[in-house]
Design a protein around this ligand. Structure first.
Ligand code: A3P
Length: 296
């Protein structure tokens, strides 16, 4: 892995009420004017909720049979462009998306629901949202920010956790994100809301949900191949899914495929932090029907 010349770590700033860094707002007009096609599939998540997992799953579902070399030669961020990504000299997410010739296009975003380019709604695209319980999501985000130079400095764990609770993270508050998308589900029936914990608990069941949402029919053999492909250890070893080809991450600090577990938060939260967190959580999640499991 060679070093890339990058400016210092970016600072968070308020962007229409959501904390952001410039790397994901610099291309804003092009993002907002992005022209979705009716068969585009958008994978939306709060960072570190299982984006890569579901991206790879969908890519295998659509292209493993017709184009097996794709998964062996194209890193996941080229197969599933990250729409708002704008980190020169790398091509922007919009540039990668606009150049795609395969269909359907699988596209990724971390945007809160109110920022999604309007053509996705106009074209009635299928959208898969993935959410992960707040505690594991926070831990994963912390390790990610330690090793990813296009993220703000994470500071130490206690201060990071505090800022997570306050929504001072890139892409804003976890609470607003997961609730905003949950509410959107009522108005947009073509939105499938997945949970990381459900994927970890029973991949066969979740694969059924996904394929039935997408209207796909798989043979037993195809199912087996997808399940093998999305296994954590397989993805960790696979240089096309483990982000080892991207230059802005320092795997000596922490690998992208870190643990892939439900409940790793228990190795990070003190008893006191956990109590405080639970209290805050109750307040912030009081008016939603959305429920998470922090262990399975
Ligand atoms: P951890 O840091 O807890 O290990 P994203 O893709 O949204 O950035 O999310 C990354 C998180 O998903 C990381 O969590 C990563 O290990 C986990 N992950 C990625 N692929 C996975 C898989 N196949 N099975 C389980 N977890 C996976």
């Amino acid at each position: 892995q060679t070093e890339m010349e990058l400016p210092p770590r970016p600072e968070l700033f308020d962007f229409h009420g959501v904390a952001m860094v410039h790397y994901f707002t610099d291309n804003w007009e092009n993002v907002q004017n992005f022209q979705a096609k009716p068969d585009d599939i958008l994978i939306a998540t709060y960072p570190k909720a299982g984006t890569t997992w579901v991206s790879h799953m969908l890519d295998l579902l659509y292209f493993e049979k017709s184009c097996p070399e794709r998964g062996a030669s194209l890193p996941i961020f080229e197969r599933v462009p990250f729409l708002e990504f704008c980190v020169p000299p790398m091509p922007t997410g919009i540039e990668v998306a606009d150049k795609m010739t395969t269909s359907p296009r699988l596209l990724k975003t971390h945007l809160p629901v109110q920022f999604v380019p309007k053509s996705f709604w106009e074209q009635k695209c299928r959208i898969i949202y993935v959410a992960r319980n707040a505690k594991d999501n926070a831990v994963s985000f912390f390790h990610f920010d330690r090793m990813n130079m296009v993220e703000p400095e994470p500071g130490d764990w206690p201060s990071f956790l505090q800022r997570f609770q306050e929504g001072q993270m890139v892409f804003g508050s976890w609470y607003d994100h997961v609730k905003g998308w949950w509410d959107k589900k009522q108005a947009h029936p073509k939105l499938l809301y997945l949970l990381y914990e459900d994927l970890a608990e029973d991949m066969s069941r979740e694969l059924d949900r996904v394929t039935s949402f997408l209207g796909l029919h798989l043979t037993e053999e195809e199912r087996r191949r997808v399940k093998e492909g999305v296994d954590f250890d397989a993805m960790k070893k696979n240089s096309m899914t483990n982000y080892s080809t991207i230059k802005v991450m320092d795997f000596k600090i922490s690998p992208f495929m870190r643990k892939g577990k439900v409940g790793d938060w228990k190795n990070h939260f003190t008893v006191f932090q956990n109590e405080q967190f639970d209290q805050e959580y109750k307040k912030k999640m009081a008016h939603t029907t959305l429920r998470f499991r922090t262990q399975i």
